[in-house]
Design a protein around this ligand. Structure first.
Ligand SMILES: *Cc1c(COP(=O)(O)O)cnc(C)c1O
Length: 221
């Protein structure tokens, strides 16, 4: 099957409230163009230096930052980024706000939550998240719009483990959604699910899935 068929097949299987982000990391521009011909507009990259040249040739696509973002790279993506999924510190959020203010933009962001058992993954703990949302610091950030949460489950064949982790994120999302939040924070997007676990993620309430391999095939790089 080609890229176009795979996108069409995945899209046909998604509930209407779930948005597909095609994860194009390591893929050349020609393959991203192929995906765009299938009507796919949203692409996810995990490295700034890889996203920039792609964005330059394909500015009409919506670019999503899904990987760990260093503060010194924020300035390069703030002018065009559609959504930053991977905000994992207040320092990073403050830098995004500062750079966005300079060009009078409001940058949409998600807060990444650490739900996996693996230490290697980034993100806030649920307690840290609550402290930030209840804190005063966030009120000063007028140039970021926090639209929801992102999480990655443990890389494991244990489906129950994956489900448990997605369930915990969904629960946190729902609790926050019902609580009183600072005005630049809303809980509308729950970004969870990759090629091997997106079906479970959708069952557990995901509204945005990030799919690479199931669209483009195995990455060699
Ligand atoms: C690479 C990546 C994905 C996509 O992974 P696949 O298994 O290829 O679908 C999703 N989210 C993040 C954060 C990634 O780095």
């Amino acid at each position: 099957m080609n890229i176009k068929n795979r996108i069409e097949q995945i899209k046909a299987s998604l509930p209407a409230h779930v948005e597909l982000i095609a994860v194009s990391k390591t893929q050349p521009v020609e393959r991203i163009r192929e995906a765009m011909e299938a009507g796919q507009l949203a692409f996810g990259e995990n490295k700034v230096q890889e996203m920039l040249p792609k964005q330059e040739v394909l500015p009409q696509a919506q670019w999503h930052m899904i990987g760990h973002l260093q503060t010194n790279k924020v300035k390069y993506i703030v002018p065009f980024i559609h959504l930053i999924h991977s905000v994992d510190s207040m320092k990073l959020l403050a830098e995004i706000n500062k750079r966005a203010a300079r060009i009078n933009r409001v940058v949409p962001c998600l807060l990444q939550v650490h739900i996996a058992q693996e230490e290697t993954k980034f993100g806030f703990s649920p307690d840290e998240l609550r402290n930030i949302l209840n804190g005063t610091e966030i009120h000063a950030l007028q140039h970021v719009q926090i639209r929801g949460l992102m999480g990655m489950a443990t890389f494991t064949p244990d489906q129950d483990q994956i489900r448990k982790e997605f369930k915990s994120l969904r629960k946190l999302f729902d609790i926050l959604k019902e609580s009183s939040l600072p005005k630049q924070v809303s809980m509308n997007i729950l970004s969870m699910g990759m090629s091997h676990d997106y079906r479970i993620a959708i069952e557990e309430g995901s509204t945005m899935i990030r799919i690479g391999t199931a669209i483009f095939g195995e990455r060699t790089a």
